[in-house]
Design a binder for this molecule. Structure first.
Ligand SMILES: [Zn+2]
Length: 341
C-alpha cells in the first residue's frame, strides 16, 4: 500500500493528492504574498531568547499525556459529529467548556456554506490567548499564531467514531491551550480553532470539505488580519500509538525545518519524515494565501506498516491512541511555536 499513495489518501473515491493539485491550481490566481507584518516584532536578543527558553521549558512541563488521552477518549465517546447535527452542536458546547477550563475562553462561530446537498450549517470553535502582558508596543497590533484541528467526523462510515481522526487533534489543541494560557508568547496573540467540515461529503472541491478552514482563512483575509499571522499549525491524526509524523510537502519550508529541529530536540528525529507529496488538509486555505503553514499529521495509521486500515474505518477507536504520542505532538507543536523567527 505504501507504493500507492493515492490509494492511501483517497477519500470519497477521489485521490486526495489529486484534489490537492486541483485546488492548488484553482487557488493559484487568487493567491498573493501578504505584506510584511505591521505589528509587534518577535522577541529578539540574548535576554529575550533566554526568557523564551525558560517559558518553553515551563510550557513543556505542563503537558500531560494522560490528560490529553482522557480528553481524546471523552471527545470520541460523544459519538459522530456530522456538521449541522445536534451531536455536532453538543460537541461544540463540550469544546467551549473545555477551553474555558483550560483558561482560554472560546466562542462558537456559526456559518453557512455551500455543500453538495445545498447550503449547510457549520460551526467553528475558536479560543484566544492574549500576548504576554506588556509585550506589545503601544499602538501596535500583536502578531498572530494560529493552531487548528478539525472536530467533525467522516460521514458514510457506519460505526465510525474518529478517535485519531479527529479527536486526537482536538485533545492536543486543548492541551496547548492549557499550556499557553499560563505561558503566553511575547508580542503574539494565539488563536486555537476546532474547525468544522474538514471531511468531504462526496469529494473534495470548492463546495465540499475544508469548510471551516476556508471560512476562517477568508474571514482573516477580509479583516486584514492575515498579514499578522506568523504561522498556522495544524494537528491532524496525532494520536497513533505508533506515532511517525509524515509532514506534507505543501507546508512552509521554514516550518518543516523547525518541525524537524523540534523532533531532534525531543529525540525522535528518526520518527519524522517528509510525505512524498502534498496533502489536502485544513492548512491548504492558509498555505495558498501565503501564510506559513505546517500540517503535523501522521498518515500511517494501521495494524501494520503500510496498511492504513484504521483510517476512515470503525477501527479508529481510542485503544489505538497513546498518551505518549499525544504528549509528543503537543511538545513538538510548542517547540515550533517558541522557535518561530
Ligand atoms: Zn478524515
Amino acid at each position: 500500500m505504501n507504493s500507492d499513495k493515492t490509494t492511501i489518501l483517497s477519500s470519497g473515491g477521489v485521490p486526495r493528492l489529486l484534489a490537492a493539485a486541483l485546488l492548488a491550481t484553482l487557488c493559484a490566481c487568487a493567491c498573493r504574498r501578504p505584506a510584511p507584518p505591521a505589528s509587534a516584532p518577535a522577541a529578539s536578543g540574548t535576554a529575550s531568547a533566554i526568557a523564551a527558553a525558560k517559558t518553553l521549558a515551563a510550557a513543556l512541563d505542563t503537558v500531560s499525556g494522560d490528560r490529553t488521552l482522557a480528553n481524546a477518549t471523552a471527545f470520541t465517546d460523544l459519538g459522530p459529529k456530522l456538521p449541522g447535527t445536534p451531536e455536532s452542536a453538543a460537541a461544540a458546547d463540550w469544546l467551549l467548556a473545555r477551553f474555558a477550563e483550560a483558561g482560554a475562553p472560546a466562542e462558537a462561530v456559526p456559518f453557512t456554506d455551500p455543500a453538495p446537498a445545498g447550503p449547510q450549517s457549520f460551526r467553528n470553535v475558536v479560543a484566544t490567548i492574549p500576548p504576554a502582558p506588556g509585550t506589545v508596543p503601544d499602538g501596535a497590533l500583536p502578531n498572530l499564531l494560529l493552531f487548528a484541528a478539525h472536530y467533525d467526523t467522516k460521514s458514510g462510515i457506519p460505526g465510525f467514531l474518529g478517535a485519531n481522526d479527529s479527536a486526537s487533534g482536538v485533545a492536543v489543541l486543548l492541551e496547548l491551550a492549557r499550556a499557553l494560557a499560563v505561558h503566553p508568547l511575547p508580542g503574539t496573540e494565539i488563536r486555537l480553532a476546532c474547525l468544522d467540515g474538514e471531511e468531504c461529503a462526496v469529494q473534495y472541491g470548492p463546495r465540499d470539505g475544508l469548510h471551516g478552514s476556508r471560512r476562517w482563512a477568508a474571514d482573516l483575509e477580509a479583516s486584514g488580519d492575515l498579514r499578522r499571522i506568523r504561522a498556522f499549525i495544524l494537528l491532524d491524526m496525532v494520536g497513533d500509538a505508533d506515532f511517525t509524523p509524515t509532514l506534507p510537502r505543501n507546508c512552509a519550508p521554514a516550518l518543516l525545518h523547525l518541525a524537524f529541529e523540534a523532533a531532534r530536540a525531543e529525540g525522535v528525529r528518526n520518527r519524522v519524515s517528509l510525505f512524498p507529496g502534498p496533502v489536502l488538509d485544513d492548512h491548504v486555505p492558509f498555505h495558498d494565501r501565503g501564510v506559513p503553514a505546517l500540517d503535523l499529521i501522521d498518515f500511517q495509521y494501521g495494524s501494520a506498516p503500510g496498511l492504513n486500515d484504521y483510517w476512515h474505518t470503525p477501527a479508529d477507536t481510542p485503544d489505538k491512541l497513546s498518551a505518549a504520542s499525544l504528549a509528543l505532538a503537543a511538545r513538538l507543536a510548542l517547540r515550533v511555536a517558541f522557535s518561530l523567527p
